[in-house]
Design a binder for this molecule. Structure first.
Ligand code: PMP
Ligand code: GLU
Length: 405
């Protein structure tokens, strides 16, 4: 087939793939437990649904400015002023079709072919592929001490004259790690000193547990000026359970946002007006839903940790936020794709292979489902991997009953 050299190098998104695989099996009536997906199961806020309905019902569903409607920009400005404590103008904001597009357009605006983008490993699956799609070189950096908390020295060592940007994602997908105040301070200082862009992917910042502190990057950069090389990425997907609405945004210096607006204008002409209105509804509506999501996710995390602690052979660091745990299964199998396929085939539990996040031997387990999904999912994995598991008879019996029914 005649396809471009770049397209040949791009891997399918492992996180989206697992969602599709699980959905296909479920549609066939298979009793799949989905511990793969990265989306909350709660409903979108009613304020978002009403706002979207109102536009559709009006029948006036039209193009908008490529960088978003003024109302949405105002809502994003308020959000940014609340959480980042900086003054923001509409010219500092662009709304996109998901945080994913905001990130892609930001990279497109700053990256030249052959330039490098650094990010801590393990990392979200799309950072490598987005960088490669632009002809750039992804540079994942694992913490020297084997933890999920990068140190500034680890990162500094990888900076070259080709380094264009560093992406920081805290709380992190796939580890749930929330980076320390010192780290954020040092990364701001380092990027400023070296003239590198700092992209903060803060999509999970409202989902932090145990009262742990999420650090605002602007605590160390004061204000957003023409020379500020910080790009903040955010969106409604995670905290507002609005993954399918596809609204995210970037906040950055005016010149950069202007370039992003031009680029985005040629891609999508801007996000759908229906979804932009929905995002305005969510951002301006009641916010208590986020607190209850956080409490649910923290509880799910606790249950997952409990279950994993009783599972000999696996090692799991406790996530500080987001809705994932990155669990070391290498005692059983080092090839994480093989292991994830085995678990899906044998016990119908969907997880995402660690190798897609840049670390072999691990599986990403999502805590977005119900408590029952987590407990039964781990029980099934245990049974599949551990021949001495006392649960074998129980699961075997249950399968017999299911087959019989
Ligand atoms: N960044 C990270 C770390 C993510 O996990 C996701 C998940 N989709 C995104 C960005 C993109 O989010 P969105 O749904 O807004 O495109
Ligand atoms: N970010 C989520 C995940 O990692 C959703 C899928 C995606 O966009 O990658 O599972």
């Amino acid at each position: 087939m005649s396809i471009s050299l770049i397209a040949r190098e791009i891997k399918e998104s492992a996180t989206l793939l697992i969602n599709e695989k699980a959905a296909i099996l479920r549609a066939k009536g298979e009793p799949v437990i989905h511990l793969g997906g990265g989306e909350p199961k709660s409903k979108a806020p009613i304020s978002a649904i009403l706002a979207a309905n109102a536009v559709v019902n009006s029948g006036e569903v039209r193009y908008t400015p490529a960088d978003g409607i003024p109302e949405l920009k105002q809502a994003i400005i308020r959000y940014t002023e609340d959480f980042y404590k900086i003054k923001v103008a509409p010219e500092n904001v662009i709304a996109s079709s998901g945080a994913k597009q905001a990130l892609m357009v930001a990279l497109m605006a700053i990256l030249n072919p052959q330039e490098e983008v650094i990010f801590p490993a393990p990392y979200w699956v799309s950072y490598t592929e987005m960088t490669k799609m632009l002809g750039g070189i992804p540079v994942p950096v694992a913490a020297e001490d084997g933890s999920f908390y990068p140190r500034i020295e680890d990162i500094e060592r990888y900076i070259t004259s080709y380094t264009r940007a560093i992406i920081i994602n805290s709380p992190n997908n796939p580890t749930g790690a929330v980076y320390s105040r010192e780290f954020i301070r040092d990364i701001v200082e380092l990027t400023q000193k070296r003239g590198i862009y700092l992209i903060m992917d803060d999509i999970y910042h409202r989902l932090v547990f145990d009262g742990k502190e999420w650090v605002n990057v602007f605590d160390y950069a004061q204000e957003l000026t023409e020379n500020t090389k910080i790009i903040v990425i955010n969106g409604v997907s995670k905290a507002y359970a609005m993954t399918g609405f596809r609204i995210g945004w970037a906040v950055a210096n005016r010149k950069l946002i202007e370039v992003m607006r031009i680029l985005q204008g040629h891609q999508t002409s801007g996000p759908s007006v229906v979804m932009q209105k929905a995002a305005v509804g969510a951002l301006n509506g009641p916010q208590s839903q986020i607190d209850s999501l956080r409490v649910t996710l923290q509880n799910n995390r606790n249950i997952l940790m409990e279950r994993l602690a009783a599972f000999n052979g696996v090692r799991a660091a406790k996530p500080d936020g987001a809705f994932y745990a990155f669990v070391d299964f290498s005692y059983y199998e080092k090839d994480s794709r093989k292991l994830a396929n085995f678990l899906l085939d044998k016990v119908r539990v969907a997880t995402v292979p660690g190798v897609d996040f840049g670390m072999e031997g691990y599986l990403r387990i999502s805590t977005c489902g119900a408590v029952k999904d987590i407990t039964e999912g781990i029980e099934r994995i245990k049974w599949a991997l551990d021949p001495d598991s006392p649960n074998e008879l129980y699961i075997g019996l249950r399968k017999l009953v299911r087959d019989w029914l």
